[in-house]
Design a protein around this ligand. Structure first.
Ligand SMILES: [Zn+2]
Length: 369
């Protein structure tokens, strides 16, 4: 990214259009503050705007919100990573914004429009993908726990595909348990990332995932990214499950969550909210005895949640101790372990006899009213 000092006077020009998608303040690798936006310069042309003068953010955001046409003076064109045939627009302190009337109408920018995987692969890193419909091609792999801004988040990679191609999608925490292999989804607000020269997608705090009708897509032969998992069977001789609450509005992890009250004030955004509106994440330490030896393993939120949902026992998720007791009393388990010792899947090795599951109380249709 060019720095403001590199904008030479003779290259400065004036551009008109509608501003869209004004970002909050961002910090560059070199620690300078900036924000981004999109300028719609004609009916169908959109250009990324990078503004190194944070003070202008309010007036940009205002123009975007009110859908007023603007004239930007003292801006510079630069090469675009996201659109090689187009250009980006650089603004700095000397840039001025003036309200003007334009001969075309504001339009929803393409980044909030629907893209295909082939189009995503042509984007640069850190670009927003507004809407993408794709199928989860294989079970999630490469489970890990990543520390983001002081809180531990679970991360899992999925291969997704549509009729134009396939790529990797990293999903976080609650998003992981919202998808299943061979099902198709509409994803919103994903973001592109780059690793070893390849573009992949990542979920963002504003990502939504909705299941849709099955997408008919070709078989991809080169999906050979399987992770080495080992399968262990044994008895759980000790377990501790922790439940962490995270604000659904600002994503801040809450340190203390008073059990008795029905409401809780977020320590991040300070909003008072119902306790039930916070996202819950479970993590656990499991002592698994296999062939007479104790092993200490870590179990992830997605493994815990998919276990209880497969057992049709989601009601146990309400109480950490109920979950712990279930694991201790339910007999033998088989687990899939990745190379970091994280349990990515847990299943019971012996199925319940039907009468042992009576406490689920599922069929009450014959019960007296
Ligand atoms: Zn909050």
């Amino acid at each position: 990214m060019a720095s403001p000092a590199k904008i030479a006077k003779q290259d400065l020009e004036t551009l008109q259009g509608f501003l869209h998608c004004v970002s909050p303040t961002l910090v560059s690798k070199r620690n300078s503050k900036y924000f981004t936006a999109l300028l719609q310069t004609s009916r169908d042309d959109f250009h990324k705007v990078i503004c190194f003068c944070q003070e202008k953010q309010t007036s940009f955001a205002q123009a975007s919100k009110n859908k007023t046409g603007v004239k930007l003076t003292n801006v510079k064109r630069s090469i675009s990573y996201s659109d090689p045939s187009g250009f980006d627009i650089l603004c700095n302190r000397s840039t001025t914004l003036e309200v003007v009337t334009l001969s075309f109408l504001p339009k929803v920018p393409p980044s909030s429009a629907k893209l295909t995987i082939a189009k995503v692969q042509r984007l640069g890193p850190r670009q927003t993908v507004g809407v993408l419909t794709a199928k989860i091609l294989a079970p999630g792999s490469h489970n890990r726990v990543v520390n983001v801004n002081g809180s531990d988040l679970e991360l899992q990679e999925f291969q997704i595909g549509d009729s134009s191609g396939h790529l990797k999608l990293s999903l976080w925490d609650q998003q992981i348990v919202q998808v299943e292999p061979q099902k198709s989804y509409k994803f919103t607000n994903l973001s592109t990332r780059e690793r070893e020269g390849r573009i992949y997608l990542s979920g963002t705090p504003s990502t939504t995932i909705v299941e849709i009708d099955d997408l008919q897509i070709p078989e991809f032969s080169e999906l050979t990214d399987a992770e080495k998992l080992s399968e262990w069977s044994g008895t759980i001789t000790g377990i501790q499950i922790l439940c962490k609450h995270r604000c659904a509005k600002c994503q801040t992890a809450q340190n203390e969550f008073a059990g008795k009250s029905s409401v809780h004030r977020c320590i991040g955004c300070k909003l008072m909210q119902k306790c039930s509106s916070y996202n819950k994440t479970y993590t656990g330490t499991v002592s698994l005895t296999k062939d007479g030896t104790d092993h200490t393993l870590t179990i992830t939120n997605s493994a815990i949640r998919s276990y209880f949902s497969e057992q049709d026992m989601c009601h146990l998720l309400q109480d950490v101790q109920d979950m712990e007791e279930h694991f201790i009393n339910a007999g033998d388990f088989s687990v899939l372990l990745n190379e970091d010792g994280l349990i990515s899947k847990i299943t019971r090795t012996v199925e319940d006899k039907p009468d042992a599951a009576d406490y689920q109380d599922k069929d009450t249709s014959n019960a007296p009213q």
